[in-house]
Design a protein around this ligand. Structure first.
Ligand code: ADP
Length: 531
């Protein structure tokens, strides 16, 4: 029996063991370090680490040293079982120089250790704050231990060793959670057919999943840590990342395929933004279907236009064939009304097709305020007939780059609707404003500005549940006072397409019964003077 080294030497050794423990986040490595070094710190013939399994309300005994001399142990023991159970429950270290008292309470565990001749035992709790995790067991046969008992120095070492182990086990647990999350994420990223590219705040690629290979023909591994602007030669994708705003854009791929790219911010759990992710979905099939559908609608509309005009003309000319009786006049009016509605519908459908295809647009600087002034003038007689006051304010020119005919069409739809959906005695208020402040990302270039147009009415309003759909084709609010007002349900869809083709946005604020405000923002043309 050699004497114990002095406490300061053992504390130095303990420090080294703790550093080794902290160097690996893998529990089996930590067990091996304990098995190799703990017997030098705490003289013993047997050493075990007991770890709790909270789900099973039990603990497992991992014999790390001297196991060969000890009889077989069970897989798990009930939580309160034996000396270990007691130490875990109370959180108090136990050092017994004559270990035999608890044999009867735990014949399956304490009894096995006793039967192996172990008589001196030290059991130290392993805790994280107040939470019990397990216990360290060191035991010796008579003749092994100087002084034949674990003294206060041993107890101090055991306590410090358990404190260190508790924190490394916690690190291991967190490491395991994050490793599991990483593997789950990797599995999802590699199985999805959407291509995903994540870029940090400095524009360097953090992650590219395997689908990037198929969609963009780029090796995902070779992209990581390169600047996106150099590594991915797709102008639209580069523009999306450069603008750095939540947005969606179509990207032309090779072989006539199309992907829809959505840019979303990537944030930590604490809300700190660490970069942007672009998710690219192949929408070729959808685009083709959309094309087939709009080709069909365009062809049909085109083929219908002439026959409808003929019917309309014929109905209008009926009077020339002689005086009509009351019944004939009624039929003629219905004919003119229906054919007129069909003509409107066909014209709207053809217009929508052209706007969506970007046809017949001549972009040049135009004054949105002057254009609105002209549209308001056009509607004055209608407003007067409907007993509405029509107020127009535009304090300064508001120049945008756009197609005059289409923009006027958009204004006509909005002003026309405001008049159509406001009962007599109401007001329609139209304002054109120029805003010079720096724009939110995604609305024009910084340093320029935007033109805002607000068309506010005091009319019937739009119920909240209908608002998400009113810009959809053919959607009409078929309830309440507006049900019987004639319309094709295409005006707002056309207006939205026109505004978006000009790089702008349109939105509505409304509540049923108290009016609606339709607003448009359009990028202002060029740098704005500060006047
Ligand atoms: P429509 O030809 O039916 O007017 P729109 O596409 O222009 O078609 O408008 C769609 C629907 O939105 C309309 O049917 C109407 O219910 C509602 N709407 C549009 N503008 C207004 C408004 N200013 N006030 C109330 N409802 C409106």
């Amino acid at each position: 029996m050699s004497p114990r080294p002095d406490l300061s030497t053992r504390l130095t050794q303990l420090g080294e063991v703790l550093v080794s423990l902290a160097s690996s986040p893998i529990p089996s490595h930590q067990f091996q370090i304990l098995a190799d070094f703990a017997p030098h710190l705490l003289p013993c013939d047997y050493l075990a680490l007991c770890l709790m399994d909270p789900d099973e309300q039990a603990y497992h005994v991992h014999s790390l040293y001297g196991a060969e001399e000890v009889g077989p142990l069970r897989d798990r023991y009930p939580l309160e079982y034996g000396l270990v159970g007691e130490v875990m429950a109370t959180g108090r270290i136990q050092s017994l120089p004559a270990f035999n008292t608890t044999i009867t309470s735990a014949p399956g565990l304490d009894g096995v250790w006793h039967a192996a001749g172990l008589r001196r035992i030290l059991v130290a709790p392993l805790r994280q704050g107040k939470r019990r995790i397990g216990a360290l067991v060191v035991a010796a046969r008579p003749g092994t231990l100087p002084g034949e008992q674990y003294d206060t120095g041993d107890q101090q070492i055991a306590r410090l060793l358990m404190a260190g182990l508790a924190s490394t086990l916690e690190t291991a647990r967190l490491y395991q959670i994050s490793a599991d999350e990483r593997s789950t994420l990797a599995a999802v990223l590699s199985s999805t057919r959407d291509a995903i590219i994540v870029v940090n705040q400095q524009g360097r690629i953090l992650l590219a999943n395997p689908a990037v290979q198929e969609m963009l023909h780029l090796d995902p591994d070779s992209l990581v840590s390169r600047p996106l602007a150099q590594a991915v030669a797709h102008p639209t994708l580069q523009r999306l990342f450069a603008e750095g705003a939540r947005s969606v854009a179509d990207i032309a791929l090779d072989e006539g395929r199309t992907a829809q790219a959505s840019l979303v911010p990537v944030r930590t759990d604490y809300g700190e933004q660490i970069g942007w992710a672009a998710i690219l979905r192949d929408i070729t099939l959808l685009k083709e279907l959309e094309q087939v559908k709009s080709d069909f609608v365009n062809t049909v509309s085109h083929d219908l236009k002439n026959p409808i005009s003929t019917i309309l003309l014929g109905a209008e000319l009926l009077v020339q064939s002689g005086p009509l009786n009351k019944n004939q006049r009624f039929i003629q009016e219905r004919l003119i009304n229906t054919a007129g509605y069909m003509e409107e519908l066909v014209t709207d459908l053809l217009d929508l097709g052209k706007i969506e295809m970007g046809l017949e647009m001549e972009m040049k600087p135009v004054d949105a305020a002057a254009m609105m002034d002209a549209v308001v003038g056009l509607f004055r007689p209608d407003a007067e007939a409907a007993q509405l006051s029509l107020v127009f304010q535009a304090p300064e020119p508001a120049v945008v780059v756009g197609d005059q005919i289409r923009l006027q069409q958009a204004y006509r739809n909005l002003v026309g609707n405001a008049i159509k959906y406001t009962p007599a005695g109401g007001q329609v208020n139209i304002q054109v404003q120029v805003r010079r402040r720096q724009l939110p990302a995604g609305e024009g270039k910084p340093g320029t500005g935007a033109i805002y147009i607000h068309i506010a009415d005091t009319g019937y309003g739009i119920p909240a549940e209908a608002q998400p759909y009113i810009f959809d084709k053919f959607y009409r609010v078929e309830t309440g006072a507006t049900r019987d007002i004639r319309g094709t349900g295409l005006g707002l869809a056309i207006t939205k397409s026109i505004i978006e083709a000009h790089g702008g946005r349109i939105w509505v604020e409304s509540s049923a019964g108290s009016g609606s405000t339709f607003s448009i923002s359009l990028p202002a043309a060029g740098e704005l003077s500060n006047s």
